[in-house]
Design a protein around this ligand. Sequence first.
Ligand code: NAD
Length: 365
Amino acid sequence: MDVFKMMSSHDHEQVVFCNEPDIGLKALIAIHDTTLGPSLGGCRFYPYKTDEEGLNDVLRLSRGMTYKASIAGLNLGGGKSVIIGNPETDKNEYLFRAFGRFVDGLGGRYIAAEDVNTSVRDMEWVRMETQYVTGISRALGGSGDPSVVTAFGVFLGIKAALKTKRGTEDLNGIKVAIQGVGHVGYNLCRYLYDAGAEIFVSDINQEAVDRAVAEFGAKAIDGNKIHALDVDVFAPCAMGAVLNDKTIPEIKAPIVGGAANNQLAASEEHGAALLEQGILYAPDYAINSGGLINVANELEGYNRERAFKQAEGIYDTLMEIFRMSADEGIPTNVASDRLAENRIRSVAKLKTFYTCTPRLVFKRG
Ligand code: NAD
């Protein structure tokens, strides 16, 4: 594998290989872009079959974080880490503390957080060795579970999409199909229910479905059909790649907006397919940025109210994305990427400008 070539293909700044054989730690930290600020992104624990697979994943995910932080208006760059191992058997205090020491060695260029197969407890072990970690429990001054803020952002994103498509953001009687009623999906149900929406849900976990039916009067739907339901909004809140060659032609909802990451199986092709079909797609990393906003808030001393206030910006961001998409006839995911890239470019220019401007020296007397 040609590591430098892989890094250069998407302009990654740095990759750190963390190796501590006595403890069993094999980890990669990727820093994609720190133009806006220190890189922040989750630490994933996964049994990658090869080191190359792990490297590919960490490069792809860290780049995604650059875009998410930028579109969310945060002064943060994109980073991510992966620990290669079996999350069922290989997790322990020493491994996470060893990882924490590597994070600390970067002096703040990378800030870790939870991700797939890592928990608040794991991050608290990382915290024993470095201050550069977020996603700590509320009891220890952290931000705790981000899913409520994520759900709030998705709720606002759906409102922005309704405003764009129907001229009103009123949710009364609006039919929303939610795929996956876990942490975010459940909280999204609550916001939608309170706003008078009619809710349809599917989940591979029957208990999660039963809870949504009992608490929000949701209608349970066969998991394979949820995307094809004749509703106003389809909200993917489970796994990625749900918008693909098979599902897109079957979608009847004029709006797709949900929390799941990487919803487009192939971003160029499927973003364009949604536009062609007249479906207004709320780009995943823009509509689900509430979680990142919440975690980023921890860096300034966590304040729940401020996190929700900042997440309110998701509505305006999506309106801007939808406007740009309509004005320029481009898919919404392309519009979102351009806005994120523009912000990075403008901030980079501003930083260069101010560093190069000669300062006036006033001499007295
Ligand atoms: P979660 O694990 O709590 O919930 C996911 C739910 O989806 C589970 O109930 C699971 O049983 C269900 N599910 C899995 N496969 C399914 C399928 N094929 N059909 C229907 N349901 C299925 O996760 P979460 O924290 O609610 O996150 C949901 C999605 O949003 C994920 O893609 C996550 O990466 C993304 N996301 C979450 C946050 C956050 O704050 N938690 C932030 C940004 C993005």
